[in-house]
Design a protein around this ligand. Structure first.
Ligand SMILES: [Zn+2]
Ligand SMILES: [Zn+2]
Length: 477
């Protein structure tokens, strides 16, 4: 008979739930014995691994106790029947099968029970007010996957989704993730307390985005009728370069404060003869125009309220020339699909002002949970991977051995341990076709010579180099 042994969990009653029916199946294997006499007897326990088991390298076993199979000499304390005080602690991997034997005075007794290792984590789904809590069914299947023997059971508790207040834009660059972590762990909504470090929150947010400050000069032509014509209140539409967008629509409080405009650096009018005159422009003279590049926003057009009496006038004929307006702006800098931080995983509903596609969302969910599982593993930097630093000390000590396609934020701006399998970094840009969900972005895109865009989407699966790491991951922390 084969029993599932939940190797990452401690032997605590709280885990005896949802398919686990006895404490004996949680944590180390505890062996029940029956002997003919009640004499004090010491005996050895032997485990027989299956040929299909995930094996740990010597480095891994040295580095992390949880990668070792620990069986101690056991004795019965002079009692004929009971449970051994000592236990068999199985290694961290999922899907490993062990037969159990007892050796006593040269006799081997075979247990009728074979154990097969499993791992479990608990998660609660939350969403910000107004945002959609999407299905996580594919995610659960991706990390259980019997064919690959991952056997990480993500157990959703409670079944529904909990709502937290909206935080319109999470800005990683100003440590918003700390604010979100507090909101998600608020006892009013957080229900995973009994599961301790084995529980994490998966929250669907609106935007995860960062800003930058930049001074830009934009210009527009001026063509005013001559002074003899009727004067009208006037203004000018100015457009930022393509791909440049104002920090507008990201947060209502920021919009009310016009925080997209840091300051007006200067404004000048250049007439048809090349004569330059300074024009005084105040913050209040500038308004964001409503047209936008994407479904939910992306504004880069500004209206400058400028009555033509403020322009130098030609005495006769039209006033012609151009305006140059220099502004210190707060711009939208970069977008993030999701992130994992401590016991929180946050996934954006929208990216670049569009609803995130189902394909990108699936990729992002598996990717961020991958980080929660310690991916991409970075244990034991090897001579073939000299550029591994900076390497998180926890990952160095606890994750499986690094593989040859590992990279970190020192290459290509992807924070954390990632896998570049199939992709390549030329020092400036990513190219190729990423073949792993642990690539640091949902795909690689570039503009071809003819102006067309090629996008190689990263798949929502772990690559063959990462698969053994997922299977071997230590989830007891
Ligand atoms: Zn990542
Ligand atoms: Zn990979």
């Amino acid at each position: 008979m084969t029993e599932e042994q939940w190797v990452n969990l401690p032997s605590e009653q709280v885990h005896v739930t949802d398919g686990i029916t006895t404490l004996a199946r949680v944590g180390p294997v505890r062996i029940r014995y029956r002997m003919r006499g009640a004499t004090l007897s010491a005996f050895r326990i032997r485990t027989v691994p299956d040929p299909g088991d995930a094996a740990y390298t010597a480095n891994e076993r040295t580095r992390n106790r949880n990668y070792r199979l620990i069986v101690s000499t056991a004795q019965n304390g002079g009692v004929a029947e009971g449970r051994l005080l000592k236990t068999v602690k199985l290694p961290a991997a999922g899907g490993n099968v062990y037969a159990l034997r007892a050796l006593y005075r040269g006799h081997e007794v075979r247990s009728s029970i074979t154990v097969e290792s499993r791992r479990r984590l608990y998660y609660q789904v939350m969403h910000m007010a107004g945002m959609t809590a999407h299905s996580t069914a594919n995610l659960e299947q991706a990390v259980w996957d019997p064919a690959k023997k991952f056997y990480v059971q993500l157990l959703r508790k409670p079944a529904g989704a909990s709502e937290i207040p909206i935080h319109q834009s999470i800005q990683i660059d100003i440590d918003d993730h700390l604010v979100i972590e507090m909101a998600l762990n608020d006892p009013a909504v957080f229900q995973l307390g009994p599961y301790g470090r084995f529980g994490f929150v998966l929250c669907f947010a609106r935007y995860i985005v960062s800003s930058r400050d930049q001074t830009l000069t934009v210009s527009c032509p001026v063509s005013q009728p001559g002074r003899l014509f009727q004067r009208v209140p006037n203004g000018y539409e100015l457009t930022l370069p393509a791909g440049t967008h104002l920090w507008y629509g990201m947060d209502d409080i920021d919009d009310a404060a016009n925080s997209w405009l840091i300051s007006v650096v200067g404004c000048a009018f250049t007439d048809a003869d090349g004569t330059v005159s300074a024009i005084t422009v105040n913050r209040d003279d500038l308004v964001v125009l409503p047209d936008h590049d994407f479904a939910h926003g992306g504004r880069r057009r500004i209206f400058l309220v400028l009555d033509d009496t403020r322009l130098p006038r030609a005495f006769f004929g039209a006033t012609r020339g151009s305006l140059q307006l220099s502004l210190d702006l707060r711009l939208v800098d970069s977008w993030t699909n999701g992130y994992q931080w401590r016991n929180t995983v946050v996934i954006a509903n929208r990216v670049v002002w569009e609803d995130m596609s189902a394909a990108v969302r699936e990729y992002t969910l598996v990717h961020e949970i991958g980080h929660r599982l310690g991916m991409a593993a970075s244990g034991t930097p090897s001579a073939s991977m000299p550029a591994i630093a900076p390497q998180a000390p926890w990952a160095a000590a606890h994750t499986p051995d690094v593989h040859a396609q590992y990279y970190d934020q020192s290459w290509g701006g992807h924070a954390g341990g990632h896998c570049q399998n199939g992709a390549n970094w030329d020092g400036t840009n990513w190219g190729g076709a990423p073949s792993c969900v642990m690539f640091g972005a949902d795909g690689v895109g570039w503009v071809n010579a003819d102006g067309s865009v090629t996008i190689n989407q990263a798949p929502p699966q772990f690559c063959p180099l990462c698969e053994p790491q997922v299977r071997k991951a230590d989830l007891s922390h």
